[in-house]
Design a protein around this ligand. Structure first.
Ligand code: ADP
Length: 580
């Protein structure tokens, strides 16, 4: 027996007499069969959040319970797809309903007809358990899709197939369970793992300010606030393009309609710079345009992280970018308001902090059930109104994420890109990663970057003094510090996303570049003691060479760096001339 609609309040619908309702069951609401999810049970009433526009819905219309929780379909074909918040493929629902999405449309998340070439990697009779890899299909030019035993299934494998199959065909049996190329998983439940591991390697991005000063670990969490025009989109593109994750899941909820459109039109055109293949060959996009209802936005973040976990379970490193989590929190707030819950700070529900924490807790580097190692790195953008990060979403996010890239509108205005403010940003992974950097970049790396950071902090202090006494009154050593800090900012931190060479810097080159600047500072410091002035140092030709180092190609960088080192060493000779 179907339930009936008792009350409609925006996206929240109260339903009476629903058969056997359970929390998070998916229901079809009204004559049009809108998709919704039970979010609260109250005596004989079920409170449902509806993922589609509820305009025109009336009390008395019927509601059916599907009896299943909101789930995603996981299998080959995910990569390269563009979905809405409840995993409906945007191209298909658009095609059937024009630009606006018709109500109650259901479309299969994965192609039912497409055949995939399945190659088993186990033998009939083998004992397998949940999460084990039993074979693979070539999903895209970049990703081999490893076929996993669903987490809850185990036993002896039989009837193993090989060859061309659709995602619905049975390709093996484990005990009595039929195994297919696809499986389902409820989005609100984290996929199980053996255990979480220590984070000990960085997600390498080729972006100097990130890799050098504020690295995020593979499996770690980062927050990035993005005031309008601060270069948030470009940063995200750079991360999607260059970071050394195997798979990218990008979840976008645009505040302005065109913002998401930009992602939807630009991403499919981007190329993976390392292979020249389309970037979509390792990317899944989840998009909420502004005309989609709030509840779908609330679900999108779970849909995204579940897909990310699935590829993690195959042993891949996955980077999930959620842009922006503020839009998601606003959806929570709106729904909470409709439920007439007791509001917390700024009208957000009191459980906002817990929800945010639960999301980021699904990131991590893990031993998978199948015996491999995989990771999900979660990078969440926040868009605080007016750029003020004292508001609840930013604060609750900063409490749980371990990296903060403070995009700064004033830096962007002065064309300093990426506009990550070096004084406000931080990474709490620096210590965890120091061994990795020492082993892979150089033992002196830690001291080098700390010295550079100290110079930048010192610059800020000296600038305050300059305001009081003027530049000329500064000690020579302080003038040198200002020069060095300027070099760090302009020749190192500033990095053009649009320059063919500068757009990506290997860690090795980062090391050489930073080393040159700090060597110059050190030799300069010695020269000052022998009577050379900061002004003389400032006019040295080697400074221009260092400034152009960022444009030196990989094949040229060693020779270039040697030349710079020679010129820095020659500063000693300058002292001698001075002393005569
Ligand atoms: P937002 O998404 O925050 O509104 P965008 O990412 O679109 O801002 O950046 C605005 C503009 O800033 C870009 O069109 C580009 O000209 C410039 N910009 C941002 N980041 C960089 C970068 N890393 N290198 C060069 N230019 C950049």
């Amino acid at each position: 027996m179907a339930g009936v609609i008792y009350r409609v309040s925006g996206p929240v619908v109260t339903v009476q007499g629903l058969q056997d309702p359970k929390m998070y069951d998916v229901v079809r609401v009204g004559d049009q069969g809108l998709i919704g999810e039970i979010i609260k049970l109250d005596k004989d009433m079920a409170i449902v959040q509806v993922y589609e526009d509820t305009n025109g819905l009336r009390p008395g219309e019927k509601v059916e319970n599907t009896g299943a929780p909101l789930s995603v379909e996981l299998g080959p074909g995910l990569i390269g797809s563009i979905y809405d918040g409840i995993q409906r493929p945007l191209d298909k629902i658009r095609a059937t309903s024009g630009d606006f999405i018709a109500k109650g449309v259901s479309a299969d998340p994965l192609d039912r007809k497409k055949k995939w070439n399945f190659k088993p990697t186990v033998e009939n009779g083998a004992e397998v358990k949940g999460g084990d890899i039993i074979g693979e299909v070539e999903e895209t030019s970049l990703i081999k899709h490893r076929v996993l035993v669903p987490p809850t299934v185990s036993g002896k494998i039989s009837g193993l197939a090989a060859g061309s199959y659709t995602i619905e065909d049975t390709i093996a049996k484990v005990g009595d369970d039929e195994i297919r190329l696809s499986q389902k998983w409820p989005v609100r439940v984290a996929r199980p793992v053996v255990d979480k591991m220590m984070l000990d390697a960085p997600l390498i991005t080729g972006q100097r300010v990130i890799d050098t000063f504020f690295p995020v670990a593979k499996g770690g969490t980062a927050a990035v606030p993005g005031p309008f025009g601060s270069g948030k989109t470009i940063i995200q593109h750079q991360l999607a393009k260059w970071s050394d994750a195997d798979v990218i899941v990008y979840c976008g909820a645009g505040e302005r309609g065109n913002e998401m459109t930009e992602v939807l039109t630009t991403f499919p055109e981007l190329k993976d710079p390392k292979t020249g293949k389309p970037l979509m060959d390792r990317t899944v996009l989840i998009a909420n345009t502004s005309n989609m209802p709030v509840a779908a936005r609330e679900a999108s973040i779970y849909t995204s992280i579940t897909i990310a976990e699935y590829y993690r379970d195959m042993g891949y490193s996955v980077a999930l970018m959620a842009d922006s989590t503020s839009r998601w929190a606003e959806a929570l707030r709106e729904i909470s308001g409709r439920l007439e819950e007791m509001p917390g700070e700024e009208g957000y529900p009191a459980y906002l902090g817990r929800k945010i924490a639960e999301f980021y807790e699904r990131a991590g580097k893990v031993h998978t059930l199948g015996g491999t190692v995989g990771s999900v790195t979660a990078i969440g953008a926040v868009s605080p109104p007016g750029g003020d990060t004292s508001e609840p979403v930013s604060q609750n996010t900063l409490r749980v994420t371990r990296v903060f890239w403070a995009l700064d509108a004033s830096l962007a205005n002065s064309r300093h890109f990426p506009s990550i403010n070096w004084l406000n940003s931080y990474s709490l992974y620096v210590d965890d990663l120091s061994k990795w950097y020492a082993d892979n970049v150089g033992k002196e790396w830690h001291a080098l970057y700390q010295e550079a950071m100290k110079t930048l902090q010192k610059e800020a202090e000296i600038n305050e003094v300059v305001q009081l006494v003027g530049y000329d009154a500064l000690p020579e050593a302080d003038k040198l510090t200002l020069d060095t800090a300027k070099m760090i900012r302009e020749d190192y931190l500033q990095q053009s996303a649009f320059d063919e060479v500068d757009t990506y810097t290997t860690l090795r080159k980062q090391h050489l570049m930073l080393n040159a600047i700090m060597e110059l500072a050190e030799e300069g410091g010695k020269a000052l003691k022998k009577g050379v002035t900061a002004e003389q140092l400032s006019s040295l030709g080697v400074k221009d060479k260092i400034a152009r180092m960022k444009y030196a190609k990989e094949g040229e960088i060693d020779a270039y760096s040697k030349e710079v080192d020679r010129e820095i060493a020659a500063i000693g000779g300058m002292e001698a001339a001075q002393a005569k």
